[in-house]
Design a protein around this ligand. Structure first.
Ligand code: ATP
Ligand code: MG
Length: 399
């Protein structure tokens, strides 16, 4: 029993149709309940996707009794209800989509699925904050919770599991939405970095882990004098709280005056990054944006930033660095304690964010300047510059 959640229009029905078509190709009959769209609409979509095939049955209804009746008659290997919020049980007084209806319908479907051994997938709506709509019990009721994410305006789609009773949750499916449907991405990093511009300050590549899969994505930062009384902090694809924390560390530990600046951070490609491993990349992108010094396009950064400004090692650093090397990156900024990387990758080790800034951008905050030998392992730097001198342009950035 699986529930597949996703924002409106992200492509849930498309994914389901393509999945059922490939199951039919493998000789497994399925029944698709269209509770939101007419049979004609679903059939036309199936034709566009090449998914109108034998062995894939369709019933357009919102009545749960009709759903169970048809499933009893057909005995499919797979039953899909699109969506659980749109079906209702006439015995339960409330409206379709209400918590009690969703609980009742999902409960009856679960009992049916378990007693007859029919793999059942419920398509579910999500709320504004990304959680499954309806009662929390829905998540307890099912064996697997999948979510389908992506930026509707961009073509990347991600399928991940937040709960999986009979397997790992670390897997991630990456797809591209095309006119003929979803296509699995063989080399997602290449797509994510495809439109990167060279020599622009505020941009850095970051190897993140999506499930167990390392991916290199671009993180961008933009900083400018605030245009309103209250400075804006906009985080797209990055957790807002994490950005606030990094701004505080940049201000207190790296002497960057950002209190009167609008700050924007964004991940490119619609990918959401919640892991702290992206901290260092985000912070360096912001320093690069403030100072106007572009970070080399051959550089990646990975590490967690602590409140004291220290850099901490993150899980699976080796795999992240291997992916970066595979994609042709040549230098990586990492915490002092990070393990060795692949041969092709020169590691710039830094104990603190301040050291990482100095190593990568050649910027030396005067108050904290130390002999370079303490950093160790880094390349020769071009003459050090004072961050506070640099942030004086534009003047409004100085607190
Ligand atoms: N002709 C087309 N060419 C390219 N992409 C299309 C085409 N028609 C639909 N799409 C894509 O499919 C998406 C809609 O897919 P789908 O209906 O499967 O989403 P959904 O998640 O089921 O939406 P809902 O929540 O409304 O049920 C659109 O946002 C668009 O990206
Ligand atoms: Mg749909």
């Amino acid at each position: 029993m699986t529930v597949l959640g996703g924002e409106p229009g992200v492509g849930k029905s498309t994914l389901v149709l393509q999945m059922l078509a490939s199951l039919a190709g493998a000789g497994r009959a399925s029944l698709l309940i269209a509770a939101e769209e007419s049979g004609e609409q679903v059939r036309r979509r199936a034709e566009r996707l090449g998914a109108a095939v034998d062995g894939c049955y369709l019933l357009a209804t919102t009545d749960l009794d009709a759903v169970l009746g048809a499933a009893d008659q057909l005995r499919p290997s797979v039953l899909v209800v699109d969506s659980i919020q749109a079906v209702s049980d006439s015995a339960c007084g409330s409206q379709a989509g209400s918590p009690s209806q969703v609980r009742e319908c999902a409960g009856r479907l679960a009992r049916y699925a378990k007693s007859l051994g029919v793999a059942t997938l419920l398509v579910g709506h999500v709320t504004k904050d990304g959680g499954l709509a309806g009662p929390r019990t829905l998540e307890h009721l099912v064996d697997t919770v999948l979510s389908f994410d992506g930026d509707r305006l961009q073509s990347l789609r991600l399928l991940s599991a937040s709960k999986h009773r009979y397997g790992p949750t670390g897997e991630l499916g990456l797809f591209e939405m095309t006119e003929t449907g979803l296509r699995g991405l063989v080399d997602p990093s290449a797509l994510l970095l495809g439109d990167r511009r060279r020599g622009v300050p505020g941009s850095i590549a970051v190897p993140v882990l999506e499930g167990r899969r390392p991916l290199v994505i671009e993180v961008q930062g933009l900083v400018g004098p605030t245009t309103s009384g209250v400075p804006r902090r906009v985080a797209q694809g990055v957790v807002g709280g994490r950005l606030a924390l990094l701004l505080a560390v940049l201000e207190r530990r790296c002497h960057l005056a950002l209190a009167a600046s609008d700050v924007f951070v964004s991940t490119v490609g619609g990918l959401r990054v919640s892991e702290p491993a992206a901290d260092l990349g985000i912070a360096l992108a912001l320093v690069s944006a403030v100072t106007g010094i572009a970070i080399g396009e051959e550089v990646v950064a990975c590490g967690e930033v602590g409140l004291a400004g220290e850099l901490r090692q993150v899980q699976a650093t080796e795999r992240r660095l291997a992916e970066a090397a595979r994609l042709g990156f040549r230098r990586a900024v990492v915490p002092q304690s990070a393990p060795e990387g692949p041969m092709e990758l020169e590691l710039l080790r830094a104990g603190t964010l301040l050291e990482a800034v100095r190593l990568l951008l050649g910027v030396v905050p005067a108050a904290r300047s130390r002999p370079r030998t303490e950093i160790g392992g880094g390349p020769e730097l071009s003459g050090g510059r004072d961050v506070r001198t640099l942030v004086r342009t534009p003047p409004s950035l100085v607190s």
